[in-house]
Design a binder for this molecule. Structure first.
Ligand code: ZN
Length: 119
């Protein structure tokens, strides 16, 4: 049986803990960016061209994490690559871990679990 949305939300949270642990064990650090986003905000972002209306943030299946290395904020998507690759490696047949660094318009600080074809 395929996992429900609630199953995915709970697994997503557990896997994000692993990602955070992995990052800190390699001398990276994070601060929290956006996790849950209201449908109203997502619609506004879509209108402004800064996001999509059906964002996985509205389903509690995505988080934006701000990356730091040696105390310095890393804003380039490429800086996130080792963490993006680790995140993707956590994928299983039931839970597809997607990294925003692979998006057409790279969004390196975005980590999600796919749902209904959305990443
Ligand atoms: Zn995001």
């Amino acid at each position: 049986m395929s996992p429900t949305l609630a199953d995915k939300q709970r697994e997503f949270t557990r896997l994000i803990a692993m990602l955070i642990d992995f990052a800190y064990s390699r001398s990276y650090a994070f601060t929290f960016g956006e996790a849950y986003r209201t449908p109203e905000q997502a619609a506004l972002n879509a209108k402004n061209g800064t996001g999509i209306a059906n964002s996985l943030h509205t389903q509690r299946l995505a988080i934006d994490l701000n990356l730091f290395k040696a105390g310095k904020y890393c804003s380039d998507s490429r800086d996130y690559e080792p963490l993006g690759k680790y995140w993707e490696s956590l994928s299983t047949p039931e839970f597809e871990c997607c990294w925003g660094g692979r998006f057409r318009k790279p969004d390196g600080n975005h980590f999600s679990i796919s749902h209904n074809g959305i990443k």
